[in-house]
Ligand binder design. Structure first.
Ligand code: URA
Length: 233
């Protein structure tokens, strides 16, 4: 690749600013002063003012509308379908950010950016995640209040969260739940704790990032605005 791209990918500066560095004689390739536009290989030794630099892998970010029946893992020992089966080859080595259960569908992020993945999953950051849970029958107002105020799951009380009914008919009720923790099977366990069985669960949002326009099983790269949004969430 071109020397200025190599330097930019290594995070030295923009390509144009790298050209200036090259012109000033600060850049060496295998010990020789580099020239504008020269080609370098990844195996070459490139230095700027005597410091060795290497391009880092570019960060990539994808969003998936996970269908149920897929395990959130890179490899499943039981040979079940994994979310990686839906990721295009060209995405390279990326990993799911957090986890959705086998039976849960909806918004799942993938990246090779470990910092962003940690930011989103670390409970201390309290990133809101919104789910739609469907239960059979109706739910009482005092039960909704219990869910909002926290219920005991696995011996520990859940944090306060937003809970509201979004749809109801004779057979089912759909409830929107926004939590900031993300404990193992949290939403299902919260409903279990108040005597309801979740028959369908879908994550629809992380912060304000939604599945908008993405059909079940589809994957797309995030826009740079969306990545910026997540990094500042
Ligand atoms: N809560 C659950 O119960 N399951 C998920 O997959 C995510 C949150």
């Amino acid at each position: 690749m071109r020397i200025n791209k190599y330097l930019a990918d290594a995070g030295v500066a923009s390509r144009r600013a790298c050209d200036k560095l090259i012109e000033s004689g600060s850049v060496r390739v295998n010990g020789r002063i580099a020239t504008l536009g020269m080609e370098v290989e990844l195996s070459d030794s490139v230095s700027v003012n005597g410091h060795l630099v290497k391009p880092t892998a570019k960060n990539v970010y994808y969003i998936m509308n996970k269908p149920k029946g897929y395990v959130t893992t890179v490899k499943d020992d039981l040979g079940r379908k994994t979310v990686m089966d839906l990721i295009p080859q060209k995405a390279g080595r990326i990993y799911p950010v957090g986890r959705l259960d086998y039976d849960t569908e909806g918004l799942l992020l993938f990246t090779n950016d470990g910092d962003l993945a940690n930011r989103i999953t670390h409970p201390a950051n309290e990133i809101p995640k919104t789910y739609i849970a469907k239960i059979e029958g109706s739910i009482r107002e005092d039960t909704l209040a219990k869910l909002r105020n926290g219920v005991i799951i696995d011996g520990v009380k859940t944090k306060k969260c937003n809970v509201r009914v979004v749809e109801e008919d004779k057979e089912y009720t759909k409830i929107s739940v926004t939590i900031t923790e993300g404990r193992n099977r949290q939403v299902r366990k919260m409903f279990e704790a108040v005597g309801h069985n979740v028959v369908f669960l879908k994550r629809i949002k992380i912060g304000d990032l939604s599945l908008r326009g993405l059909n079940r099983g589809e994957v797309r790269a995030l826009s740079s605005q969306e990545v910026f949004y997540l990094k500042n969430l």
